[in-house]
Design a protein around this ligand. Structure first.
Ligand code: SF4
Ligand code: SF4
Length: 240
């Protein structure tokens, strides 16, 4: 929140907001409540010399959804049952062993970088994957906001909430890669103004090569490989 009594309308805070929700109105700055994703960056950046930014008190449901997905400092959420905008396992598979050899993890990161998106549009992107019958990761915070996880239908009261980013996450057999990529094209067509990136998560083969890259290339997609290396600090499950 911006205290209008304190704000001197200098405009220094405008570039700080990742989604451009702060505007200068006449003599003071104002936050566009619809655009704001409650990330807290404006408050933490301490750009304001007159300390006009005030942290909002506990946010009511469903507004709290914005903060849970957008503010990395938000406390562990009882709203979604988890931290942040996705599950950590994508990047720390060495601990849980969720992504086993012979499977592909798919993660669709909606709203990045620095654009944000509404749950309503995230629903449009998830729908074509639901039609394939995939199981959305139950521990993913986004899945917890779905009323019907089979159809990827979100709870009505959260649909207008806007978040900085959120991750649609599921596992597939490698033989389903082509139909998943076709569904991705459908998602893209259904949400034309939405920004998203897609990750294909694989465990390396014993010889160090990345599985499924050739199949992806044949489908016409170019991937940028990134690796998270197991340092032996985790405790994979026996069957991982
Ligand atoms: S909380 Fe985040 S989105 Fe909202 S105005 Fe501040 S910086 Fe912008
Ligand atoms: S930096 Fe502070 S004083 Fe300047 S426009 Fe923003 S809120 Fe107002």
């Amino acid at each position: 929140m911006i205290d209008k009594e304190l704000c001197i309308g200098c405009g220094d805070c405008l570039p700080v907001c990742p989604v451009g929700a702060i505007r200068l109105e006449a003599e003071y700055a104002e936050i566009d409540e619809e655009m704001c994703v409650e990330c807290g960056v404006c408050y933490r950046a301490k750009r304001c010399t007159v300390e006009a930014f005030k942290q909002a008190p506990d946010l009511p449901w469903p507004r709290i959804v914005r903060r849970v997905f957008s503010d990395p400092n938000a406390a562990h959420s009882t709203t979604t049952g988890g931290w942040g905008r996705g599950t950590a396992e994508m990047k720390s598979n060495d601990v849980t062993g969720r992504y086993k050899r012979g499977t592909i993890g798919i993660a669709v990161e909606v709203g990045r970088p620095g654009v944000g998106e509404t749950i309503r549009n995230i629903e449009k992107i998830a729908a074509p994957f639901a039609r394939l019958g995939v199981e959305f990761e139950p521990l993913n915070p986004l899945t917890s906001l779905m009323e019907d996880t089979k159809k990827a239908i979100f709870k009505e009261d959260v649909k207008n909430e806007r978040v900085l980013s959120a991750i649609i996450e599921f596992l597939i057999e490698p033989s389903r890669l082509e139909e998943v990529m076709e569904a991705l094209e459908e998602s893209s067509a259904a949400a034309t103004e939405t920004v998203f990136s897609v990750s294909m998560i694989n465990r390396l083969d014993p010889d160090g090569s990345i599985p499924n890259m050739e199949a992806l290339k044949k489908l016409g997609y170019r991937a940028s490989p990134n690796a998270k290396i197991n340092l032996g600090l985790g405790r994979p499950k026996a069957d991982a």
